[in-house]
Design a protein around this ligand. Structure first.
Ligand code: F6R
Length: 241
């Protein structure tokens, strides 16, 4: 079931998302599912500000990230490991051992996917943060991904690589061609999910997620089957609803 909130600015969208986060943070030892990309950055800034001003502590919080590029080391400036440290982890008091990001550079990707999925066993995610791709992907589950998928290796679509070229000096040839990603079934296990989407290039995917048929052509449409999803949009992302 969806609750949809539409706001004028990214700042307001992030504030609304933070309200939900804050509620979850007040629970005993919450488990967070985290995303990278532009969409959650405003939310992470609010989490950092709240940590600094109100002393909200992350010492007992466990996190699992959605995905990581294949073939680039954690030390790469565009790895999602680096992204999470720069945009959140380095600015709060979360212990290193509480943080989980898939390994994208390893000799045995299959084993690494299996280990990641197993690491989540017994830790239901209380709040999963999601963005949505312009092709309807959530995490890096591209169109066609089976709904029962667990953590797996995904070939990125041309569209996704184009969208993400902005992080690689606008050079698509520098964007990795594959990612390790939590699967759609892994994501659906979360107790509560928030989706943040802004900008006109997300409008079609947002419409597919909320109002289209539940189909693997739009992976985000599976969220129609989840009992508790809050969607935070600006007017551009909501323009086709
Ligand atoms: C990132 C992720 C992706 C992004 C999506 C939107 O961890 O899982 O699904 O959320 O590609 O990216 P942005 O927010 O950069 O538009």
């Amino acid at each position: 079931m969806f609750k949809v909130v539409v706001k004028d600015t990214y700042e307001e969208v992030s504030s609304e998302a933070f309200k939900v986060m804050k509620e979850v943070l007040s629970q005993d030892k919450p488990v967070l599912g985290l995303a990278t990309g532009s969409s959650p950055v405003g939310l992470y800034k609010k989490m950092i500000a709240d940590h600094n001003s109100n002393g909200t502590s992350y010492k007992d919080i466990l996190t699992w990230n959605l995905d990581e590029y294949v073939g680039i080391p954690r030390s790469h400036d565009q790895s999602y490991w680096t992204f999470m440290h720069e945009n959140l982890f380095d600015h709060i008091d979360i212990p290193d051992e509480n943080v989980h990001v898939p390994l994208g550079e390893t000799d045995d990707l299959e084993a690494s996917c299996k280990a990641y999925e197993e690491s989540m066993e017994g830790h239901q995610i209380d709040l999963q943060v999601l963005g949505i791709g312009s092709d309807g992907h959530i995490a890096f589950n591209e169109p066609g991904t089976p709904f029962d998928s667990l953590t797996h290796v995904m070939d990125l679509t041309e569209q996704t690589r184009k969208d993400n070229a902005r992080f690689f000096g606008d050079d698509i040839s520098q964007v990795p061609t594959q990612a390790v990603t939590m699967g759609l079934a892994s994501i659906m296990k979360a107790k509560k999910i928030i989706v943040i989407a802004t900008g006109a290039n997300k409008a079609e995917a947002v419409k597919g997620m909320l109002q289209g048929p539940v189909t693997t052509d739009c992976p985000a449409s599976i969220l129609q089957n989840h009992p508790d999803v809050c969607v935070f949009l600006d007017k551009e992302a909501a323009s086709l609803l």
